[in-house]
Write a protein that binds this ligand. Sequence first.
Ligand code: PLP
Length: 490
Amino acid sequence: MNKLAQLDRQFVWHPFTQMRDWQRREPIVITGGNGAVLRDVCGKSYLDANSSIWTNLHGHRHPKINAAIHRQLKKIAHSSALGLANEPASRLAEKLVSVANSKLVGRASSRAGQSKSEGNGSSVASPHLSKVFFSDDGSTALEVALKLAYEFTRRTRGKTVKPRFLSLAGAYHGDTIGAVSLGHIDLFHKAYGGMLFPTDQVMSPYCYRCPFNRAKPERADARDYRRCRWECVGQVEKKFAAQKKKGNPYAAFVFEPRMQGAAGMIPQPDGWLRRVAEIARSHGALLIADEVMTGFGRTGVQSQASLFASHHEGVQPDFLCVAKGLTGGYLPMAATLTTQKVFDAFLGEYEEFKTFFHGHSFTGNQLGAAAALASLEILQSKKSVSQRSELEKSLREELPALWTLPVVGDIRQVGLVVGIELVKNWRTRESFALRERAGIRVCEALARRGVLTRPVGNVIVLMPPYCTTAKQLGKIVSSLRSAIGEVLPK
Ligand SMILES: *Cc1c(COP(=O)(O)O)cnc(C)c1O
């Protein structure tokens, strides 16, 4: 076994990994990468089909991001944001505010700080996001939003109020305790129940397995052939109404816009987010959008090119949480954007102690901010926009080939993100038991074919970097087809 692989097996504990399984095989040791390709210590190359767990945007070793990091490195790598400002973080905050308030699809104007809907269905309030709180990763971006929403609610509704949060069934918002409290994946979260604060969950639209969907399975994305009456929206309405009756309306509604990632790449039908956002607003709840996965163009290029999934549904949240792709996937950095109104609730004389007492050692890190600025510049270039729409189109063309496999139950694509749900029997939607490791085994067979991704349970995730060519994508999909055929023959 390779020396580095040996060291890994001896000393490293991997995330979300059964280490007993890990120790049974020789790990792939990555030593380099270029564009959509990763290389291992044996010289074998792989296509990075999940963008290194949903982080990488433009490919590895992008010359512009590399150069930006080099330039910054010649000045300084890091100084503290506690008591000091710095150049790239200041510039990045300005840039983030600018892209976070870009045109919403189907929205005329944005009104600062407004938080109540007019209730006629056409006027989700559009707060202006004007302040940026930096942190390190998706989990911390959510923690910041949670704590700010919690304290903002107490300061506006009264300190005796116990602010309560609503999130979606299957939600995943990170692995720190606040983020886990918002999460509703038993496999990950149940064991830690004793450490968590209580939150509520509401049905999320999972058309393929929706109890209200009366359509028989077809060889198509379940959103397109579903037969229902938007009962999922009705459930959200009920939940908000019931909580209001208890005399403590929800302080905030937390969601992943357009597609829930770790829940199993579960897409929302068009119009769902717009509707539930209106309901939440009409009940006075703050909106916390977790765009850790969906942000920075991942959900596709739309006519009024916003980089955020919420905007594609005409929704502007009060808190916009970004991480993974913020630096193009080069360095760990996150940001929580919010409104002047929330910011103002923390202003006061020092001795009033209204300060937001929260921060991390690497908040506002210069190298990360420099990478993020370069990444945003690339995102806004014509070349990147056309690259993304080409890739989206290629996905739409390549994926239908997978329908010939009887173990493919649902193929769901939102922009540049794809979930392929494997089932025992597509006519009945019967699932593989988790212990059969269907997704894991398919991804192992895929790795042998030179394509790397990780499943979420029985769902295979494809989320290639934006630079992936049509030819590379063709290889990803044909390899997946053959890997599924090998592991789950019918
Ligand atoms: C990955 C992810 C997180 C957590 O981010 P980390 O950087 O792993 O802490 C939170 N929310 C969503 C939607 C994610 O995909």
